[in-house]
Design a protein around this ligand. Structure first.
Ligand code: GTP
Ligand code: MG
Length: 267
């Protein structure tokens, strides 16, 4: 058996060493940890620093995507006097959720594995006024030549069985740092105010799993999703009817209209 080195803390008896150190009863100064422990600690510190850098990169990728949507919204407002976007939010997946997802899928818990296997570390949610704005914005984003589409799920044309509706895009966007370009994956969820209202409440209700009549609640939620969708479609129809009712403006009318708005603040 290896003889214990009295100058090195026995990692299996660390509690005793901490107690002795606190009580001041260590007989003499000791080298606190063996070189093996120091090496392992350093490796853990290095991977934590890498992890933080990766999260910084995802955060910057979300900024890029946000800006792209903000630009589209600003342009649309000036050209068509209407904002297609109601609000934009973004979130970085929490460390505990990242670890949990990797472990659940039996994948390595490393930064390489995060980049390779997870598509939803960076999430941007765009809330639109009308259903057609969703496709208008998605198409305008995907036409940009620095954006690569990784995956597209249209839960509007094919809602989830529970009634969930949204357009999901996984895209890659290049981010330019001081010394490198990194293509980062971002999950974009585009939905109407009405779809978001349903999804937010349904998400909250998921945490209240102890409700007695689950089946009934699921049916009720689905029926709400359908009513909400019917309202979304009605609102879109109303907008289209109003647009059709407006007299077709002449080129001169349009120019005058836009000229009269010249000093309205941009953005
Ligand atoms: P995840 O592993 O959960 O990310 O599933 P996935 O990779 O199959 O992606 P999916 O497109 O199904 O869902 C991704 C995200 O969409 C979720 O993290 C939620 O934000 C949202 N989402 C999907 N389904 C639902 C739903 O039924 N209700 C609500 N409220 N949100 C949903
Ligand atoms: Mg997810």
């Amino acid at each position: 058996m290896k003889k214990a080195n009295p100058d090195v803390v026995d990692i299996n008896n660390i509690d005793q060493w901490v107690n002795d150190a606190i009580n001041g009863s260590l007989s003499r100064p000791v080298t606190p940890f063996s070189s093996d422990v120091v090496d392992r600690t350093k490796r853990i510190m290095v991977s934590m620093v890498h992890y933080k850098e990766l999260m910084m990169m995802y955060t910057c990728a979300m900024k890029e995507i946000r800006t792209k949507f903000e630009v589209l919204d600003t342009e649309f407002k000036i050209r068509h006097q209407r904002n297609p976007i109601n609000s934009i939010s973004h979130r970085l997946k929490r460390t505990s959720s990242i670890t949990e997802k990797l472990l659940r899928r039996n994948l390595p818990v490393t930064t390489e594995s995060i980049e390779e296997n997870l598509n939803d570390i960076a999430g941007v949610r765009v809330i639109c006024s009308y259903i057609d704005d969703i496709y208008l914005l998605a198409d305008a984003l995907l036409r940009q030549d620095d954006i690569t589409l990784v995956a597209r799920k249209d839960y509007i044309s094919e809602p989830k069985p529970n009634g969930y509706r949204s357009l999901h895009l996984i895209v890659k966007v290049p981010v330019f740092f001081a010394d490198q370009r990194k293509d980062m994956k971002v999950e974009v969820q585009i939905r109407t105010i009405a779809m978001d209202f349903w999804a937010s409440l349904e998400h909250q209700l998921k945490y209240k799993q102890d409700a007695p009549d689950q089946e009934h609640i699921i049916e009720e939620l689905k029926s709400c999703a359908e009513i909400i969708n019917a309202t979304d479609e009605k609102m879109l129809n109303i907008r289209k009817q109003m647009e059709a009712m407006a007299d077709t403006p002449t080129e001169e009318d349009l120019l005058l209209e836009r000229f009269s708005r010249l000093d309205i603040p941009i953005g």
